[in-house]
Design a protein around this ligand. Structure first.
Ligand SMILES: NC(=O)c1ccc[n+]([C@@H]2O[C@H](COP(=O)([O-])OP(=O)(O)OC[C@H]3O[C@@H](n4cnc5c(N)ncnc54)[C@H](OP(=O)(O)O)[C@@H]3O)[C@@H](O)[C@H]2O)c1
Length: 295
């Protein structure tokens, strides 16, 4: 234990509990604090040290991990404790926007701390498993010094010294997830509750995996320089064909009594693009979304 950095976890909701458990299991001396103290009881019974105050919690460890609901809570917790942050490494794993991460990073650095912002790409039960990864941005020196300790939680991925980059990538990945999950919910609603479980296992999951795979160019395409990762295959799926299919999904959904809001917001701008002759391939869906945001 002596060579392992001491760790503090501030915030013991579902995620904070999982983070603290992972450090306890990995043999790190672990201090915990939560606004509602009883949430620390189980961790303390398993060997964690309960800090009486946030200030004590920050004092206790080399690495201070914050994982609370939002940045308003982060501000409430850190602002009165500016005097104890000097020489601490603050790792803020609270979900937020890039501007909030930058502001907190600048403020913490001004107090003499090193700051890492993080985006957890996992649910609590995935912490410590190979599927989990966490995005980090901010102090590269702090990241490199504590990389092994950060690896206890999940695969650590450093995305840049701009403290806002982890949040930016986190929110972008979550938007991909919410779009996918909402689409999956729509799909199961359309087939109906009796068939939903079998449909999900045998058809929906393989289909979504196949569609995710088209984001990666084939080795032939890569060698030919035809397509970058993330570009959709052009020419194969014209936009007017997409619009006709989407209209069918919307009509079938209406007939089945399934809400269509998820889809109608795509169809109108898609038809606008077709009418304006601005594009005709699947890649133009990106333009559809962008056009909605700009309008
Ligand atoms: N759970 C997930 O699947 C998941 C996945 C990825 C990322 N995350 C991120 O992890 C962070 C924590 O999520 P969670 O799942 O642990 O949420 P949670 O179970 O709702 O817990 C929220 C935590 O924030 C604390 N908190 C809220 N307001 C506070 C305040 N004003 N002052 C002090 N503490 C305050 C709560 O304290 P009390 O116990 O006293 O209420 C609790 O410890 C969030 O930013 C979330 O986006 C969660």
């Amino acid at each position: 234990m002596a060579d392992k950095p001491t760790v503090t976890i501030i915030g013991l909701g579902s995620m904070g509990q999982a983070l603290a458990s992972a450090y306890l299991e990995a043999g790190h001396r672990t201090t915990v604090w939560n606004r509602t103290p009883a949430k620390a009881d189980d961790l303390v019974a398993r060997g964690a040290t309960r800090a009486a105050t946030v200030s004590d919690a920050v004092w206790a460890s080399d690495l201070v991990v914050l994982c609370v609901l939002d940045y308003a809570a982060v501000d409430e917790l850190l602002a009165p404790n500016a005097d104890v942050l000097k020489d601490r490494v603050v790792v803020n794993l609270t979900n937020g926007r890039p501007d909030q991460a930058r502001r907190t990073g600048e403020w913490a650095t001004a107090q003499g701390a090193e700051y890492l912002d993080g985006g957890i790409m996992a649910i609590p039960s995935m912490i410590g498993t190979p599927e989990a990864f966490i995005l980090y941005s901010g102090s590269r020196t702090a990241f490199e010094r504590y990389e092994a300790a950060l690896r206890v939680l999940a695969e650590p991925k450093f995305v840049g010294t701009d403290a806002g980059l982890a949040a930016l990538n986190d929110l972008a990945l979550l938007s991909g997830m919410y779009g996918t999950l909402a689409g999956a919910r729509h799909a199961t609603a359309l087939v109906g509750p009796e068939r939903a479980a079998e449909f999900t296992t045998s058809l929906l999951i393989p289909w979504l995996q196949a569609m995710a795979n088209i984001l990666a160019p084939s080795s032939a395409e890569r060698e030919a320089g035809d397509r970058e990762a993330g570009d959709l295959p052009s020419e194969e799926s014209p936009l007017d064909m997409q619009a006709a299919g989407l209209a069918n999904i919307i009509e079938a959904s209406r007939s089945a009594g399934v809400g269509v809001d998820l889809l109608t917001h795509l169809l109108t701008p898609m038809r606008d693009i077709i009418a304006a002759g601005e594009g005709d391939v699947l890649t133009d869906l990106v333009e559809v979304i962008g056009k909605e945001i700009r309008s």
